[in-house]
Design a protein around this ligand. Structure first.
Ligand SMILES: N[C@@H](CCC[C@H](N)C(=O)O)C(=O)O
Length: 288
């Protein structure tokens, strides 16, 4: 018997270069296990940073629910670029210009601004150590000592939760940072019980930030939306920026605004690369 996910259509997309796969399982009594999520990434052309699985919502007042996988099979409660891509998928399927998703981080709204340009309301930043989470109370979250230190890494960072955990290091030269060397050590540093997304931010101007991110569960990516939000929050909190900035990532630019209602909004491009189906052989060896 073929695996239940075989033959299902998927959209290969990117959000500002963040590699996203969208699998719409609405109307099907199906879910994706971590093993299946990892297997999907091995199908030719389908390697992804995040897999966004769209389900029926629990409550009628939402349009859909999202389950978010990193490529290592770990779950994340938030993914800004992936949410914008999932909103594109619903707009494409049903013409919905605005959608509300249920996520493990709460309700998230996203809407179309132009044909391939979407905004997402990422909600309030989480600015308490237990919410991020950190392993212990470290005092001022905007200025935390990386203790124990990681050789070669900056000594201090800002900790911000965007529904997922972020450590933001402000540096003089973001492109010169050894992302592959430092990223894994900081991602698994004992201060972060659920690991962490690691950002290196260079302030080019008060409204212009250059960002490089080593994502939890993935590695270096061309863009990370929640990291861009966390960086703007950290920059505003430490007096480096106002509450709106362009954040430049290797795959594209995002505009981030920390609004007066305390919600952080992100806008940026999405692209549909191709549509295909999940192959039966992708799931060989896994229970149907
Ligand atoms: N690329 C995402 C963030 C995805 C989740 C992250 N790797 C985590 O595990 O928290 C984004 O655009 O926000």
């Amino acid at each position: 018997m073929p695996h239940a996910l075989a033959g299902r259509p998927v959209l290969r997309m990117n959000g500002a270069g963040n590699e996203i796969l969208v699998l719409d399982l609405r109307g099907a009594a199906l879910s994706v296990s971590p093993q299946e999520a990892r297997a999907i990434a091995t199908q030719a052309g389908l390697a992804y940073d995040q897999l966004m699985v769209i389900h029926d919502p629990r409550e009628r007042s939402a349009d859909a629910a999202l389950t978010i996988y990193n490529v290592d099979g770990s779950l994340s409660a938030a993914c800004g670029n992936g949410t914008r891509c999932a909103a594109f998928a619903l707009a494409r399927a049903e013409g919905a210009p605005a959608v509300v998703f249920e996520t493990d981080a709460g309700r998230v709204a996203s809407w179309r601004e132009e044909e391939f340009y979407f905004r997402v309301d990422m909600g309030r930043p989480r600015l308490a150590w237990r919410e991020i989470p950190l392993a212990r109370d470290v005092g001022d979250l905007a200025d935390v000592a990386l203790d124990p230190p990681v050789p070669g890494a900056p000594a201090r960072f800002s900790a911000v939760g965007m529904g997922n955990p972020h450590a933001v290091f402000f540096v003089a030269d973001a492109e010169g940072v050894d992302l592959l060397g430092l990223g894994p050590k900081i991602e698994r540093h004992p201060l972060f019980p659920e690991r962490v997304n690691v950002s290196f931010a260079e302030m080019r101007a008060r409204d212009d930030i250059l960002l490089r991110v080593f994502e939890r569960g993935v590695g270096p990516t061309k863009a990370c939306g929640s990291a861009a939000c966390a960086t703007l929050v950290a920059a505003a909190q430490t007096g480096r920026a106002e509450r709106r900035a362009r954040v430049r990532l290797p795959g594209g630019d995002l505009t981030i605004e920390w609004r007066d209602d305390d919600h952080v909004h992100m806008s940026g491009p999405v692209a549909l690369e191709f549509e295909t189906t999940l192959a039966a052989r992708t799931f060989e060896g896994l229970a149907a």
